[in-house]
Write a protein that binds this ligand. Sequence first.
Ligand SMILES: [Zn+2]
Length: 294
Amino acid sequence: MPNKIRIAPTPSGYLHLGNILSFALTAALAERVDARILLRIDDMDRQRANSAYVQDIFDTLNFLEIPWHEGPRTLQEFESEWSQIHRMPLYQQALEQLLQTEQVFACNCSRSQIRSLSIDESYPGTCSHEAVPLDGSEVNWRITTPRYSEIQIQLWPQGNQSAKLPALMQYFVVRKKDGFPAYQLSSLVDDVHFGITHIVRGVDLLPSTLAQVYLAQILRADSFTQVQFYHHGLLMGADQQKLSKSAGATSIRYLREQGYKPEQIYQQIANLTGIDELVTNWRQLAEVVFHKRI
Ligand SMILES: [Zn+2]
């Protein structure tokens, strides 16, 4: 099987400098491991997905000359062929398969109930003993997770590592109250469907990686347990907070409107990661980041 890697933004805000660091590293890793790049736009969060943000993804990748070989090129192609809505049957199939394992239960707890029951907002498993009907409305489907056993993941370039699922991922949600698959499930199913072999993501998503590899074991999606993960450090804003989509001044759209050129944007990302070297494109940015292990 040829190697394949994906750029997987969510169209719930304009892309910002932190997203571009991740995409630059993805494009550079693709060159190193001779992988094709898939553009996958994750629009499963129906409340927040917005076509202006989908268009911004194409505009930004083109402006910054970040390549991709598969996936939509226009908003129209995205809507007619590539939206996650078209893959609902695959997600349903995975959910059915999970039900058969009897590791899934329904949970009707509200956020405030969970907060009152646990100090760190992790879910204490209350409903796992309650037999809440799975077909009820306004229920999350959660999965029973191992508390003590370790999950094996493949990190790039270190190789095999193992870790426990963190407390916040105990009993993680696989289907949301609105009936749509949760991120952990749709992302995994898509990665298996498209034959992804390498995944680049921020270190804040390490708990998701562990959850998804665990889910892959239950679903017998063996190919996913062999995926190589590269978790990179996050860009911090001036306030030392992680950049977010609401951080308007770091959005590429805003910078472009201010007249910034691509090389100035790459240099700004480099500076935010503490790199002094001159950086003018995604390849140079990624090479310095790989070298310094940021
Ligand atoms: Zn519950």
